[in-house]
Ligand binder design. Structure first.
Ligand SMILES: NC(=O)c1ccc[n+]([C@@H]2O[C@H](COP(=O)([O-])OP(=O)(O)OC[C@H]3O[C@@H](n4cnc5c(N)ncnc54)[C@H](OP(=O)(O)O)[C@@H]3O)[C@@H](O)[C@H]2O)c1
Length: 279
C-alpha cells in the first residue's frame, strides 16, 4: 500500500547528522519531501539542513540524544509542531563496537542496546500509536544491518542489537498492517560513513582516519547514497527488508543453512582482527 506520492510528505530521521541518515535525507529531499533531522551534533545537523533547503525542502533540526528519557515524544512533538504531521520515520541513529565481548563492560553493552534497539523501537512504537490515533497511514523504518542475520568475531554485541531490531520490525510489520502502517528493516553492508571510526574510538582505540579499516573485507563496501536510494525505493514500493547486496543476502541464507562452513571464515576473520586490533 505505502504512503503514496512522496512529494510534500514529512520524514523524521534520527542520526541525520552524517552517513546513511544524511544521505537518506538528501535522497528524500530530492523527491520533494520535508525533513525533521535529529542527532547530538547540532552543527553537523545545520550543515546537512542547509544543503537540503537548497533542494527546496523545509527542514527542522532537533539536537538530541535518542537514548534520553522522553526523546521519542519530544521528537514527534517537534515534527507535529513544525509540519502538523509526519508520514515516515527512519530510526537510523546507531553505533558499533569492535571488541571481544569478554573485554566489553556490561555498561557498554547496555548503552549500545539503549541507542540501537530500545530508542529505535520506542520511536517507531510511539510514532505508530500517534498515526493509529489520527487514522493516518505511515512508513516506519529501522536501520538494522546485514549483521542482523549472521555475525562476525568482535561484532557480536553490535550484531545482537541489529538482530533485535530486525525481529521487532518483522513482527510489527504484520501487527500494524491493518492500520495502513508499513514497517521495514534496512540491512546495509559495509558502508563508507563515520561508523568504523566511531566504533574504533568507542572500543578504546585511535581512529585510523579511514572510512573502512584496513582489516575489514573490502569486497562489499558501498557509499551511503546506495543505501539511501534503496530506502527511497522502499517508500515507493514497500517491502519488509531493504538490502543493497544480493550476494550478502544469499550468503546470509547459506550461513544459516551451513553454520559449520562459515566457522572457517570466522576463524580466519578472528585471526585478522586480533592482529589488527592489537595496535
Ligand atoms: N556503516 C556501516 O557499515 C553500516 C552497516 C550496517 C548498518 N549500519 C547502521 O547504519 C546506521 C547509521 O550509521 P552510519 O553508518 O551512517 O554511521 P555514522 O556516520 O557514524 O552515523 C551515525 C549517526 O547516528 C547518530 N547517533 C549516534 N548515537 C546517537 C545518539 N545517542 N543520539 C542521537 N544520534 C546518535 C550520529 O549523530 P551524532 O553523533 O551527531 O549524535 C550519526 O548521525 C547505524 O544504525 C548503523 O548501525 C551501518
Amino acid at each position: 500500500m505505502g504512503i503514496g506520492p512522496l512529494r510534500d510528505k514529512v520524514a523524521i530521521i534520527t542520526g541525520g547528522s552524517s552517513g546513511i541518515g544524511a544521505a537518506t535525507a538528501r535522497a528524500m529531499a530530492a523527491e520533494g519531501m520535508h525533513l525533521v533531522l535529529a542527532a547530538r551534533r547540532a552543527d553537523r545537523l545545520k550543515t546537512v539542513a542547509a544543503a537540503l533547503e537548497g533542494l527546496g525542502s523545509r527542514v527542522v533540526t532537533v539536537e538530541m540524544d535518542v537514548a534520553a528519557v522522553g526523546a521519542s515524544a519530544s521528537l514527534l512533538d517537534a515534527a507535529e509542531r513544525a509540519f502538523g504531521r509526519f508520514d515516515v520515520v527512519f530510526a537510523n541513529a546507531g553505533y558499533g563496537l569492535e571488541r571481544a565481548h569478554h573485554e566489553t563492560t556490561d555498561e557498554a553493552l547496555r548503552h549500545m542496546f539503549e541507542v540501537n534497539f530500545f530508542a529505535s523501537t520506542d520511536l517507531v512504537t510511539q510514532a505508530s500509536r500517534r498515526l493509529i490515533a489520527q487514522g493516518r497511514p505511515g512508513h516506519m523504518l529501522m536501520c538494522s544491518s546485514c549483521l542482523a542475520k549472521f555475525t562476525i568475531p568482535y561484532f557480536g554485541a553490535y550484531a545482537a542489537t541489529k538482530a533485535a531490531q530486525s525481529m521487532m520490525c518483522r513482527a510489527m510489520r504484520f501487527e500494524l498492517e491493518p492500520h495502513g502502517i508499513e514497517v521495514s528493516s534496512v540491512h546495509p553492508v559495509t558502508t563508507t560513513t563515520e561508523f568504523f571510526e566511531q566504533a574504533a574510538v568507542r572500543s578504546g582505540r585511535a581512529s585510523q582516519g579511514r572510512k573502512v579499516p584496513d582489516h575489514a573485507p573490502k569486497f562489499f563496501v558501498q557509499p551511503p547514497e546506495r543505501v539511501a536510494r534503496a530506502i527511497v525505493a522502499c517508500l515507493k514500493r514497500p517491502r519488509s527488508e531493504v538490502w543493497t547486496s544480493l550476494s550478502i543476502r544469499l550468503a546470509a541464507g547459506f550461513i544459516t543453512a551451513f553454520p559449520g562452513v562459515f566457522d572457517f571464515a570466522c576463524r580466519r576473520e578472528a585471526a585478522r582482527s586480533r592482529e589488527a586490533l592489537k595496535g
